[in-house]
Design a protein around this ligand. Structure first.
Ligand SMILES: [Zn+2]
Ligand SMILES: [Zn+2]
Length: 166
């Protein structure tokens, strides 16, 4: 997803607006697979700050992920801001390259997306997850297991599992 910046590269203060609808491929994130349900819509302003070409704007996406509580596959609308710098001599870590007068917006999108992703994906705040004993999805059916959440040993164990999860 290359964008030509030769038109704004010469003069400090030059800018242009980019509006696009793009499809990105699925990727792995901390052992989870994340895909995109449809095109991402991006609305960006590219500005020549003198030092950098600065990309700033907003991306609207719909992610397809698995719920961390019940494992169900679900669609999650997700919007995030883009705030990235590009340079022909990207010396600093967080500066992306300009090559042959072009910048790769995909890298800017992925950088910002990864910074903004939540730690956990939950299909619904009220999701009851899976029974820790029999594995049934408690959103769909009750099980007969006698789960005593007030048992401190169980709570400690549960906390351990949750911490390991992060
Ligand atoms: Zn869930
Ligand atoms: Zn159960």
């Amino acid at each position: 997803m290359l964008v030509d910046v030769s038109d704004i590269k010469k003069k400090r203060g030059s800018s242009k607006n980019i509006q696009r609808s793009v499809m990105l491929e699925a990727f792995d994130y901390k052992g989870k697979k994340i895909s995109f349900d449809k095109n991402l819509n991006l609305n960006l302003t590219l500005l020549n700050t003198g030092e950098y070409i600065h990309a700033e704007g907003k991306v609207n996406a719909v992610l397809e992920v698995n719920c961390d509580r019940c494992l169900k596959h679900f669609k999650m609308p997700f919007s995030f801001d883009i705030d990235e710098n590009f340079s022909e001599s990207p010396n600093e870590n967080d500066v992306l390259p300009i090559k042959n007068d072009k910048i790769d917006l995909k890298r800017a999108i992925m950088n910002s997306l990864l910074l903004n992703l939540p730690i956990k994906f939950i299909c619904n705040e009220a999701c009851r997850g899976l029974c820790p004993y029999c594995g049934k999805n408690l959103n769909e059916e009750e099980c007969k297991c006698d789960v005593d959440d007030t048992d401190p040993r169980f709570a400690a164990l549960k906390k351990l599992f949750n911490d390991k999860d992060e």
